[in-house]
Design a protein around this ligand. Structure first.
Ligand SMILES: [Zn+2]
Length: 475
């Protein structure tokens, strides 16, 4: 079975135009221009995603003309917003709220509620279609074929209806009807092709030994379901199919039959997502900003569980690499062992991503807790792939080890200095203690002598007084 070329175009690496801000990040997903661990394509960081979405948001003036807000036309709150829009026509209405908090606090409760409602709707309204297409232009090369074709069609609509937003365009009856028809036709065509191949496979059942026939029918049922999922990539479906039939094919005693069946399996048509399906089924039901998000989200950096959720893999540092959302979705919970086998670039792309992350850790642009991240991930990858994927972190380790070694040395020196100081002080204390003891002894002797002297003095005084009195009487 031959793998189709991946559905994404990775050769083109445009910059998203935001530059790398010289600051620190809290999360690996925030690192700008990180590449996907699976497809190797450049991803949007969570910050870049927000920025891009904000750039497509409608300004106050255009948002207030949207039909979804017209029911408020004429209300005091609406008039307030119209005044704002006159001064700042291109600023999103959300900014009115953030810059006028004090004034809004004095509004009656019902007007506050109305304001919230209008701003919430305004947040979902984008610029006109031609402007949105311009903003999405930069991410287009990173999208799947179906999504790129969808944008091509949207570009045509933007020229045809330049005054509308995309949710308005996708709700025009002529647009819905056209794409719905094509989508239905594509599905019917797929069904006919699939039926032919699976009927043929069913006929081959007779060539198999009795005890294998039932299993074959079951596998074919499963295969039909796998091939039919339009949202998975061909790559993923081929992996699943290959894995599904592998052991069975090996167990067929007659090699010619096995070859025959194998060839037919390779003819199973894989249902694909199409631009028409996107428009008729997915985009039609979305508001403007969700239509933009549909594309933007696909290439946004996401945490990918190496050990999947379903196998109790947690969101811990040991278990995470980063994939664009469409690759993450495509991986599902396929084991990495299979993944590594079918995607030749996988190990290389993980390495490419890790190299960048390690630079960020070394330059202290990620919190200190990430220092052990490369080690932990290497260990997990090694374990789950039985050493098929070994990432190279030697340089990082050497550098880190040097730093840690230096830290150890300096802390050892510090420890030794402290110990020496303590010893000196202890010697001083013992000297002083001896002195103190001598002084104590001296004090004891002196106090004895002093008591004796005092006693002697007192007696002498009494004697003196006796004679002195006698002298007075004689006078
Ligand atoms: Zn990807």
């Amino acid at each position: 079975m031959i793998l189709n070329t991946p559905t994404y175009n990775n050769s083109f690496t445009p910059t998203f135009g935001y530059g790398i801000p010289k600051r620190n990040f809290f999360d690996i997903r925030d690192i700008p221009k990180l590449t996907c661990a699976k497809c190797g394509g450049q991803m949007l960081s969570s910050i870049e995603r927000e920025e891009l979405l904000n750039k497509t948001r409608a300004g106050a003036a255009f948002a207030l003309r949207n039909t979804a807000i017209q029911s408020h036309n004429g209300s005091p709150v609406f008039k307030l917003l119209v005044e704002f829009a006159k001064k700042h026509p291109r600023t999103p209405l959300a900014n009115f709220v953030s810059t006028n908090k004090k004034m809004i606090n004095h509004l009656p409760e019902e007007q506050k509620a109305e304001l919230d409602e209008i701003v919430e709707i305004a947040n979902t309204i984008t610029l006109k279609a031609p402007q949105v297409i311009k903003k999405l232009h930069k991410i287009k090369p990173h999208l799947s074929v179906a999504d790129r074709e969808t944008l091509d069609i949207m570009e045509v609509y933007a020229k045809k209806y330049p005054q509308n937003t995309f949710s308005e365009i996708f709700n025009k009856p002529e647009v819905i009807e056209y794409h719905y028809k094509i989508k239905t036709f594509q599905k019917e065509q797929y069904n006919i092709q699939a039926e032919m191949v699976f009927n043929q496979l069913a006929k081959y059942t007779k060539l198999l030994p009795d005890d294998m026939q039932n299993q074959f029918a079951q596998l074919n049922d499963k295969a039909q379901k796998i091939a039919r999922i339009a949202d998975s990539s061909d790559e993923r479906k081929l992996m699943l199919l290959d894995n599904l039939y592998k052991d069975f094919l090996e167990n067929i005693p007659d090699k010619k039959t096995a070859e025959k069946i194998k060839k037919k399996i390779s003819e199973i048509p894989l249902r694909q997502n199409t631009a028409d399906r996107n428009i008729a089924k997915k985009l039609r039901k979305k508001n403007d900003i969700s239509i933009v998000s549909f594309f933007v989200n696909k290439i946004t950096s996401t945490f990918e569980h190496i050990i999947p959720d379903s196998q109790n893999g947690t969101r811990g540092m040991y278990n995470g690499i980063f994939m664009c959302s469409q690759c993450n979705f495509d991986r599902g919970d396929l084991p990495y062992k299979i993944f590594a086998k079918y995607i030749p670039d996988f190990a290389g792309n993980i390495q490419k991503q890790m190299n960048k992350i390690m630079v960020f850790i070394q330059n202290k642009r990620l919190p200190g807790c990430y220092q052990t991240y490369p080690l932990k991930v290497r260990k997990t990858l090694d374990r789950v792939t039985d050493s098929q994927i070994k990432i190279d972190i030697d340089k990082y380790l050497k550098k880190r080890f040097k730093t840690v070694q230096m830290n150890l040395e300096s802390s050892k020196k510090q420890k030794e200095k402290c110990q020496k100081d303590l010893k000196d002080v202890n010697i001083q204390i013992s000297k002083l203690t001896q002195q103190l003891q001598a002084l104590n002894r001296k004090q004891e002797t002196l106090s004895k002598q002093s008591r004796a002297a005092a006693q002697k003095y007192w007696k002498t005084l009494q004697n003196y007084k006796l004679f002195a009195n006698a002298m007075k009487k004689d006078k």
